[in-house]
Design a protein around this ligand. Structure first.
Ligand code: S3P
Length: 459
């Protein structure tokens, strides 16, 4: 199970057309983290099919193994987690390294909080800059201790306890990671732990907890939601089938929209409404997209998403939609450069604390490509142009989604777009380049011969 972050590797995309084919994107990142974690806390075995085999997830798998859970990849590609039961994890011998993954680090803080052990959490240069106080504050009020008092960034040594106290917590930021960390810690506290969110964020933790046998309720509360969990209830390992990640599918869909004569079907994608804000926005922009073959898999709605070349028009994306498309703003901002008129994206403060400051990274990169974009406060404005020049090398700041968004944009710009480092794409979507080439996109290492001829083999 050992993998290593690849070396810094630039990648270039150039004008492409007639992207076609049916593809399957890898498993959803959020659900993959949760399936591993709940499997480790449950009694018995959890067999996971379709797990995302990307760096972020492998970091969580390694952390759980270091804490004593059994995590194995079977010969057929499924994963089996052998749970240790609630409170059954043990002190790790070394650091828990979460690489680039905020989700892995933050959710696992909730898990470690409920065990009487010390664990040092660390991560890469991007993760070490990200705020952890938002998770540590509620966990500290439940009983978690931090050796480096007053510090809010990794590396940190966290000391859990077998005696957590339940809390009622109102989320100060709309964050599924914070909500999930508190609920996971609530599993170990005696009594009811509740989280109140004013805007509904992704609900995979709640759904999967219920599926594993937790006592959990979700009720409307003061215009938002109150999620209440009864602590110290045994979880039972379950089979989990992970659907495709809508945040990865977004790049293929976007590529189809902005390249000529394209028609792409992305099969088996999670379409949980807490994750589909991007697709809702595209429909408002006039995109030719549809959800086909809608069905339910492991309690989650799934569909095949078809996207065809479209004339897009600018729209205003309201702040209330941000939680349901938080990871898709970089791609949307790039698409908006080619839409007719202005696109306003409101309520984007959280983008500043993602794998990079995504507001700044997008504005800088788009402007370098000759597009018109600016951020004021937490609103991003992009003015569409008939043609975007491209011809720039984009600083990706260790951010996979910045890299992929600009590589997609480069398929429709006049001159190629280069990203300074594509290696981080492996954190969430290692198959990105192969799948894009499979549908006919031209992606090359700078200086390499065009793969145009190769890319057409798929049809
Ligand atoms: C995630 C929640 C989101 C999202 C991240 C995955 C999750 O973060 O950006 O990629 O799996 O809970 P926040 O909850 O911090 O907004």
């Amino acid at each position: 199970m050992s993998t290593h972050a690849a070396d810094v590797r630039p990648l270039m995309s150039r004008k492409s057309g007639r992207l076609q084919g049916a593809v399957v994107v890898p498993g959803d990142k959020s659900i993959s983290h949760r399936a591993l974690i709940l499997g480790a806390l449950a009694e018995g075995r959890t067999r996971i099919t379709g797990l995302l085999e990307a760096e972020d997830i492998l970091c969580t798998a390694r952390a759980l193994e270091a804490l004593g859970a059994g995590v194995e990849r079977d010969a057929d590609g499924a994963w089996t987690v052998t749970g240790r039961g609630l409170g059954g994890l043990a002190a790790p011998a070394g650091d828990l390294d979460f690489g680039n993954s905020g989700t892995g680090a933050r959710l696992m803080m909730g898990v470690v909080a409920g065990h009487p052990l010390a664990a040092r959490f660390t991560g890469d240069a991007s993760l070490q800059k990200r705020p952890m106080g938002r998770v540590l504050a509620p966990l500290q009020s439940m009983g978690l201790a931090i050796e480096e008092e007053g510090r809010n960034t990794l590396p940190l040594t966290l000391v859990g306890t077998g005696d957590l106290v339940p809390i009622s917590y109102r989320l100060p930021v709309p964050s599924a990671q914070v909500k999930s960390a508190v609920l996971l810690a609530g599993l170990f506290a005696s009594g009811e732990t509740s989280v109140i969110e004013s805007e509904k964020s992704r609900d995979h933790t709640e759904k999967m907890l219920r599926y594993f046998g937790a006592e959990i309720s979700v009720e409307p509360f003061e215009g938002g939601l109150r999620i209440a969990l009864e602590g110290r209830r045994t979880l039972q390992g379950q089979p989990v089938a992970v659907p495709g990640d809508p945040s990865s599918a977004a790049f293929l869909v976007a590529a189809a929209l902005i390249t000529p004569a394209s028609d792409i079907l992305v099969k088996n994608v999670l379409v949980n409404p807490t994750r589909t804000g991007f697709y809702e926005t595209l429909a408002e922009m006039g995109a030719d997209i549809s959800f086909e073959n809608e069905r339910e898999v492991s309690g989650e709605p799934v569909a095949d998403i078809r996207a065809r070349t479209s004339e897009l028009r600018g729209v205003t994306v309201p702040a209330a939609r941000a939680p349901s498309m938080i990871d898709e703003y970089p791609m949307l901002a790039a698409l908006a450069t080619l839409a007719e008129g202005e696109t306003l994206m409101e309520g984007l403060a959280e983008l500043r604390v993602k794998e990079s400051d995504r507001l700044a990274a997008m504005v800088d990169g788009l402007v370098a490509c000759g597009a018109i974009a600016h951020a004021r406060g937490d609103t991003l404005t992009v003015l569409g142009l008939p043609k975007v020049r491209g011809g720039a090398t984009i600083k990706t700041h260790m951010d996979h989604r910045i890299a992929m968004s600009f590589l997609v944009l480069g398929l429709a710009t006049e001159e190629p777009v280069t990203v300074d480092d594509a290696s981080m794409i492996a954190t969430s979507f290692p198959e990105f380049r192969t799948l894009m080439q499979q549908v006919g996109a031209t992606l090359d290492e700078p200086g390499q011969a065009s793969n145009e001829a190769r890319g057409k083999d798929h049809e």
